[in-house]
Design a protein around this ligand. Structure first.
Ligand code: ADP
Length: 238
């Protein structure tokens, strides 16, 4: 068990909403067997459960705001602590850390709880107009255990309005309505700057993944090249 933990890498996928973090994470899961923890998916599951926490999350999500740093960080910590021994592969944190406070909390947590883990940040660089085009054409599966993502531009479902994976109805996320997208995009640059400045201040390297008009397959190819060069060990079976 100890040797498995030795080889583990935790990747943080960070970038604007709609940059394709979830799509690349899904690819890495199906092609490389990586484990994916998406804070957005975890929040939506909590909302669907109708818990007290879920009701708080819903209000924030529907307004395009971020959930509090403490709640998000605790949620990730719980997930990692509960399951880390069973994770035999690299882990992708999709959408976390998203603020400097989350990053500071998380780096401290790694140091204390998982000192053998390598942490790598992948920053998705994409122009704002491309983000708007993508988000306004995004559909997601309404089944909270699936949450597969489709695009009317580049990844339409085989049967209109239905998920290819589980057959449930596809919906538009409430926070993908134009006015909420605008709020999310307005808020984003300040988090981005604060987070990148923080990583710089603690000498945490950040790998840039230039998205622009690349297809999902091309983005996966670029990421795979990066893995091949930098982190070959984390792709090998432990
Ligand atoms: P996107 O990356 O397109 O914003 P996500 O599904 O990752 O979509 O996140 C949806 C929403 O969930 C965010 O707008 C925010 O309200 C909440 N959320 C997800 N991750 C975090 C995080 N690390 N910190 C705070 N809020 C988060």
């Amino acid at each position: 068990m100890h040797s498995k933990r030795k080889q583990r890498t935790i990747f943080s996928f960070f970038g604007p909403p709609g940059a394709g973090k979830g799509t690349l994470a899904t690819h890495c899961h199906s092609e490389l067997g990586f484990t994916v923890l998406s804070t957005g998916d975890l929040c939506r599951k909590e909302i669907a459960r109708g818990s007290v926490l879920g009701r708080q999350f819903e209000e924030q999500l529907n307004q395009g705001k971020l959930i509090s740093d403490e709640l998000i960080a605790e949620m990730i910590k719980k997930q990692l602590l509960e399951k880390v021994e069973s994770y035999s592969t690299s882990i992708i944190l999709d959408g976390f850390p998203r603020t400097a406070r989350q990053a500071s909390y998380f780096l401290h947590m790694i140091k204390m709880q998982f000192p053998e883990v390598q942490f790598k940040v992948i920053f998705f660089d994409i122009p704002a107009d491309e983000v708007m085009r993508r988000l306004s054409n995004r559909l997601v599966c309404s089944n909270q255990d699936c949450q597969a993502v489709y695009s009317l531009i580049s990844l339409a479902p085989q049967k209109e309005g239905l998920c290819d994976k589980c057959g449930k109805a596809l919906i538009k996320r409430h926070d993908d309505e134009i006015d909420v997208i605008r709020k999310r995009l307005d808020l984003y640059p300040s988090y981005e700057k604060e987070l990148l400045d923080y990583y710089k201040s603690v000498n945490q390297p950040v790998e840039l993944l230039t998205i622009n008009a690349k297809s999902a397959a091309k983005v996966f190819e670029c990421f795979s090249n990066f893995l091949g060069q930098e982190t070959r060990a984390c792709c090998e079976h432990p």
